[in-house]
Design a protein. Structure first.
Length: 493
């Protein structure tokens, strides 16, 4: 039976490979590396990935042979070591590129020294304490007991301090990078990330969510296919096997795209596209933009222990220039939960007694409030399990025929706190206009409709009901779009 490598073994393997490429590996080190590879198929698998790194880069070190040739000489010592088949796939090349860039930063930027594992005892650092203090840009904080990371520099001292040029490998769990500017980046493993400067991160693999502090506007996250420039936002960037995904949760960003991405991409001449709250886009490897319809998110207060009830939401909106996404929040329905992706409105109990208890902790969907006037809208809600689905309909609206036919009115209501929102984002950051807690600053109420779906699967929802003074693309309609929530359905055995 194959067992995964221990974290300290991976860190040690990276060290030995880096030293081999640097030409500093001793005879004892060569023997240790050979024994390590001979003892474990998993170690050889990891070793092949590192070999791909150097093969992609084709580095030369001070007149020495190509690093991959040096690594290959160790492999020639035994014919039993075969390259894993999965490393020959096309998808591996994209992954190999990401690791290659990370390794280039490690080896070129830090003299070929290894990634320091939190619980290892590496050689003493050669950098002075004074120099370290000057270069510290922030600190890493674990978001759970399983969080493990390593940094692209020697030394196990002050392993939570992040310095300019560090390459972070988040192996397991979640972590937060708190920069000196008060900007916070949330990371969920696996992530490979370089801290270029206080206002620039280079994402090589995985997904990060960035909350840019006031005064730190202009913060940049770059990937091989895109550059995201913050204008005062909360946004996420994810490197996928074939491109980059951008989601704007709040505020505004500029997106620069290259039609021919390279490892050292220069975006200074690229034109920018602007994306706002509630919009999401996928950038392919050739620079093509496409809408991201569905985004899943787990908020800090919501830690679901089981499979989410709602798997996804899609619609029939295909109009040009539409980038809005549906955000599915697992176990996220609580007091003051954001109701829509394109407004700062919040769900609350209509009175101080709070929202109905059956909604607390439910999965819910942030819909687009601007869809309240789309007459031909169709949504498909996919459920992972048997569920009770709730539609939260503005009481000013005449219930549509599909809702009356397929759902039952519970007779209960939930409130909406219509926090101030400027659709052009001229004055962002005015959340203080929202009340806190149930029954506070409630402007509207929504009736709660329900439907049991005993087998899970797909539920089809239609357009909003008839609104007073309804318009279409001019939007202003005098009522809100409906909300969606779902809870597990208790079925009899």
């Amino acid at each position: 039976m194959a067992y995964p490598l221990e974290f300290k073994t991976i860190a040690r393997l990276r060290q030995l490979v880096s030293e081999k490429c640097e030409g500093t590996l001793t005879e004892d080190g060569i023997q240790e590396l050979s024994e390590l590879l001979d003892s474990s198929a998993e170690a050889r698998d990891e070793y092949w990935k590192l070999t791909l790194v150097h093969a992609n880069l084709g580095w030369h070190f001070a007149g020495q042979a190509r690093c991959e040739d040096e690594l290959g000489r160790i492999l020639l010592d035994t014919s039993a070591w075969e390259q894993p088949e999965h490393l020959n796939s096309r998808r591996t090349h994209a992954y190999a590129w990401a690791i290659a860039i990370a390794a280039s930063l490690l080896i070129a930027g830090f003299g070929g020294q290894f990634l320091a594992a939190p619980n290892e005892v590496p050689p003493a650092a050669s950098v002075s304490a004074e120099a370290d203090a000057v270069s510290v840009l922030g600190r890493l904080m674990a978001r759970g007991p399983q969080s493990r990371w390593s940094l692209g520099r020697p030394g196990n001292h002050d392993i939570d301090a992040v310095r300019q040029g560090d390459t972070l490998w988040l192996e397991d769990g979640e972590a937060e990078l708190h920069l000196l500017s008060d900007t916070v980046a949330k990371l969920q493993a696996p992530v490979i990330l370089q801290v270029v400067s206080l206002d620039r991160l280079r994402l090589l693999r995985g997904r990060i969510e960035v909350d840019v502090a006031k005064g730190a506007e202009g913060f940049v996250v770059e990937t091989t296919s895109a550059e995201v420039v913050d204008l005062g936002t909360v946004f996420s960037v994810e490197v996928t096997h074939d491109g980059t995904d951008l989601v704007v949760f709040d505020g505004v960003v500029d997106l620069k795209v290259s039609k021919a991405p390279t490892e050292n991409q220069d975006y200074s001449e690229a034109s920018a596209s602007r994306f706002r709250t509630g919009e999401a886009v996928s950038v392919s490897s050739d620079g093509t933009l496409s809408r991201l319809v569905n985004v899943s998110r787990v908020l800090p207060h919501s830690q679901p222990v089981a499979e989410p009830v709602i798997a996804s939401v899609v619609d029939n909106n295909e109009r040009e220039g539409l980038w809005s996404f549906y955000e599915v929040v697992a176990s996220g329905m609580i007091e003051d939960a954001r109701a829509f992706v394109d407004r700062r409105y919040e769900w609350n109990g209509a009175t101080e007694a709070g929202m109905p208890s059956y909604l607390l902790g439910a999965d819910y969907v942030k819909t687009f409030n601007n869809d309240k006037v789309t007459p031909d809208l169709t949504m498909e809600l996919t459920l992972n399990q048997p569920a009770r689905v709730y539609v939260l309909l503005d009481k000013r609206i005449t219930p549509p025929a599909w809702l009356v036919r397929d759902f039952s009115d519970t007779g209960d209501v939930i409130g909406i706190d219509e926090a101030w929102h400027d659709p052009l984002d001229h004055k962002p950051g005015l959340e203080d206009f929202a009340g806190v807690g149930p029954g506070m600053s409630i402007e509207r109420t929504h009736s709660i409709w329900m439907q049991d779906v005993p087998k899970g699967g797909v539920v089809t929802l239609g357009p909003n009901g008839r609104l007073p003074g309804q318009k279409y693309r001019d939007i202003s309609a005098g009522a809100n779009m409906y909300g969606i929530a779902a809870t597990p359905l208790e079925t009899e055995l």
